[in-house]
Design a protein around this ligand. Sequence first.
Ligand code: PMT
Length: 323
Amino acid sequence: MSSISGLEEAVEDEFNSFFESSPPLKNMDKILETLNRFIELNSSSQGANGEGRRIVCVTSGGTTVPLEQRCVRYIDNFSSGNRGAASTENFVKAGYAVIFLYRRGTCQPYCRSLPDDPFLECFEFPDQTNIQVHTSHLEAVKSAVLEQQTAIAEDRLLKLPFSTIYEYLQMLRLIANGLKDVGPCSMFYLAAAVSDFYVPWNSMTEHKIESGSGPLDIRLAQVPKMLSVLRTNWAPKAFCISFKLETDSKILIEKATKALGKYKVHAVVANELSTRKEEVVVVSSSGNVVVRCDSDKPKSIVEDNLIRLIVDRHSTYIKESHP
Ligand code: PMT
């Protein structure tokens, strides 16, 4: 027992030194004010079965690792943000309030049917003083605007952007802290692609790295594993779903199963890069479930069935937490 708490302490120490050396969040006071208001409003609203409204933090997109303090170059993690955006829409539909922690510039909820450059491709000028939506995009724009406005007006969607690993982890910690009192009705759905390696801020050069002196050697430090500290310290009562991404399907399930045991999350969503839009496997202590989109429904996406399953599991978790 003492060795486990020793391990937890070591991870906590790693995190404390990570945060102490991180550049502080810009607009921290504003973020905290908006976040706390959102959590307060929703936890005191009535959800299903007489409980407070459930709140999920969906993380989405990849974190960057700057190579210079006045950043020109950075290392990136692949993620279009499609999974996070589609999952957010489904959580809102299922009655949840969603804190959407997303990478700036990645896919947004309700915008998946819009063209890549909606501003330039959706609109036309019939004359010099008017702008209108092109008929071919009318339905997509109408439903994107309406659904997003409704979710925000009903206080069911809060969007918080990040770019760097420093911002991501600081914001995730703020959210976890804010959700502590929501207990089992809160959920973390960690679809963001999070950097495993980074350049510590205090060993990073301030100015743009010069390119005239041959190859560049950089030593990357390991980012502390956030999952363990989230589960044990930041939000131990929240329902927690993590993801496992691999490019080699042969090792995917084994790695996801290992992560389930190691981090004690409630389920791991395993996906392979090239098939991630068609199929995922939900790995949990009750067995592995393959989730696909419905082939007979043309607009069906894997997140429709995935979120249905996760919501069901969350309901069971809430019931078991309040016998
Ligand atoms: O955005 P899309 O293009 O739609 O693609 C979706 C997706 C493939 C990015 C998504 O489904 C997905 O798999 N996201 C997780 C990707 C990832 O970072 O996998 P990983 O195997 O490297 O990390 C596993 C888990 O460890 C993640 O839940 C991550 O939050 C966590 N982690 C990672 C690094 C770190 N320092 N601490 C962590 O806790």
